[in-house]
Ligand binder design. Structure first.
Ligand code: HEM
Length: 512
């Protein structure tokens, strides 16, 4: 066997296999494990004749091939993932009784999948987009999925608006092209999207790989301690590799030269033992603070200011193992914000409420009824009253399929019950469109206090020219004007700079 060449680990995968096994693998078989006679020629009537129907091994392989693709994720289709551990570094038991945080140095196995939101499975990694940052914790209480992004907030905040927002990010159904007209039309009609839109068009809109970005749970969760006291919480994960972004022109070049740039970087760094890690923090808000808050703490288009709600260190996680098989381990990973453990609950954040339904629903379609029995999606033996369905793997040892029963079947968990207190629901039922609940103050803070002059200029240029996402210059004039009004509401300088850049573009185009 040739020596492994000094080149990136991803290119050595097959050589490594050969060195590891160091001998022929054994007989090739059909999918039912029966040895096959010949792999490279089908069974024919003579050298030039037809193929015989009894050529089962070929039929077996063809039929499997015909079914090798499953529906890709409706969003976040392109991604990469890996495995590792989470370790508690700081005591937060005063806020939550969740077993994953119960003791300093406690370790929990995790899987992470990073992704880009808008494009399809074959999308280039280095486009301008929000990145997904989903973590699966294999806890002793079953799965906890913290399904976040690399931004602390979202474009819209009522799940009823999520589908429209995703539609304008995706292809126009007639042209089958991404469409700046529909994109900027929608965003400018929903000014609550301003804050997130600005962030996507800043330098952070194109990270230099998944290792160089932060992650955020974004939604507001509830934490319960062992006294049953409830606080609200946001999760933050800060990269130990440091934030690094790609210059848009480099990103566009890389999109052509190596569309899998982020995926390659993650695989190679883990394979080389250069394990990426992040530190986890929480922000905490009491129920009293939530009642008195000048902004809606359950509005996912807003952040909680760090000065008022400081970051509390919690732990660290590190990715130490690449998947054995991408499809089995990563494509079949099913993250679901409804997978929660005792001590962590949803809140009245509308978005998290909508998300509690959508993920399991799509995964039953994408992966099948028993998707939670796929090994990568579960670490504990499930004890419930459901059986059957495609690909049932567990019999549950003959336990009753109804409750109550007289035969010692599983019972609800008293600890989970204790950590699930009554909570009041108030207010009259009404369809309240909260899109105009002060969409400008927080984007103004971003403009005035966070971005320096260079960052402002680059953001404005990215908005107007697109630089990896849809360009405002390609939208109709009336949409551009509406965008300028919205940006002016954030800050007059912002509106003016976008207007000037657009007119410069117009003059430039007129000269061509
Ligand atoms: C009402 C709002 C939302 C709905 C209806 C929704 C729906 C979905 C659906 C259907 C998927 C595909 C899941 C799969 O096929 O396994 C998905 C994936 C994802 N969503 Fe959402 N989503 C919403 C909001 C959000 C927000 C606010 C975030 C981040 C803060 C987020 C982060 C993600 C991530 C990271 C994935 C990919 C998970 C993976 O890697 O498998 N989503 N979402």
């Amino acid at each position: 066997m040739p020596l492994l060449k000094v080149r990136e680990p991803a290119l050595n995968q097959l050589l490594e296999y050969a060195q590891r096994t160091n001998k022929p693998t054994g007989s090739a078989t059909t999918t039912s494990g029966n040895p096959i006679v010949e792999k490279d020629a089908s069974l024919t009537a003579g050298p030039r004749g037809v193929i015989l129907f009894q050529n089962y091994d070929m039929v077996d392989e063809l039929a499997h091939f015909d079914r090798e693709r499953i529906p890709e994720r409706v969003v976040h289709a392109k991604g990469a993932g890996a495995f590792g551990y989470f370790v508690v570094t700081n005591d937060i038991t005063q806020y939550t009784a969740a077993s994953v945080f119960s003791a300093i140095n406690k370790r929990t196995s995790i899987a992470i999948r990073f992704s880009a939101v808008a494009g399809e499975m074959g999308y280039a990694d280095s486009v301008r987009d929000v990145r997904g940052f989903a973590i699966k914790f294999y806890t002793e209480d079953g799965i906890w999925d913290l399904v976040g992004n690399n931004t602390p907030l979202f474009f819209v905040k009522d799940p009823v608006n999520f589908m429209s927002f995703i539609h304008v990010l995706k292809r126009n159904p007639v042209t089958h092209l991404r469409d700046p007209e529909q994109f900027w039309d929608y965003l400018t009609l929903r000014p609550e999207s301003l804050h997130q839109t600005m962030i996507v068009y800043t330098d952070r809109g194109i990270p230099d790989g998944y290792r160089h970005m932060h992650g955020y749970g974004a939604d507001t969760f509830s934490l319960l301690n062992d006294q049953g006291v409830l606080v609200y919480c946001k999760f933050h994960h800060f990269t130990d590799q440091g934030i690094k972004n790609l210059d848009p022109q480099d990103a566009i070049r890389i999109a052509g030269e190596d569309p899998d740039y982020f995926t390659r970087d993650l695989y190679n760094s883990i394979a080389a033992g250069n394990y990426p890690s992040w530190r986890m923090f929480i922000q905490v808000m009491t129920q009293k603070q939530a009642l008195e808050s000048p902004f809606d703490p359950f509005d996912v288009s807003k952040i909680w200011p760090h000065a008022d709600y400081p970051l509390i260190p919690v732990g660290k996680f590190e990715l130490t193992r690449n998947p054995d098989n991408y499809f089995a381990d990563i494509e079949q990973l099913a993250f679901d914000p409804a997978h929660l453990i005792p001590g962590i609950e949803p809140s009245s954040d509308r978005f998290i409420q909508g998300r509690l339904f959508a993920y399991g629903d799509t995964q039953r379609y994408r992966l099948g009824t028993n998707y939670n029995q796929i090994p990568v999606n579960n670490n504990v033996r499930v004890r419930n009253f459901s059986r059957d369905g495609k690909f049932t793997l567990h019999s549950q040892n003959g336990a009753p399929i109804y409750h109550p029963n007289s035969f010692g079947g599983p019972e609800p968990d008293p600890r989970a019950k204790a950590l699930s207190p009554e909570f009041p629901i108030v207010g009259n039922a009404v369809r309240y469109d909260n899109g105009n609940d002060d969409p400008y103050s927080q984007p103004r803070v971003l403009w005035v206090r966070v971005l320096d002059q260079g960052e402002k200029e680059r953001m404005v240029e990215n908005i107007v020219l697109g630089n990896g996402l849809m360009a405002l210059r390609d939208a109709s004039d009336f949409i551009q004007n509406r965008a300028i009004v919205n940006f002016t509401n954030v800050h007059p300088d912002f509106g003016r700079m976008v207007r000037d850049k657009l007119s410069a573009q117009l003059q430039f185009t007129a000269q061509l």
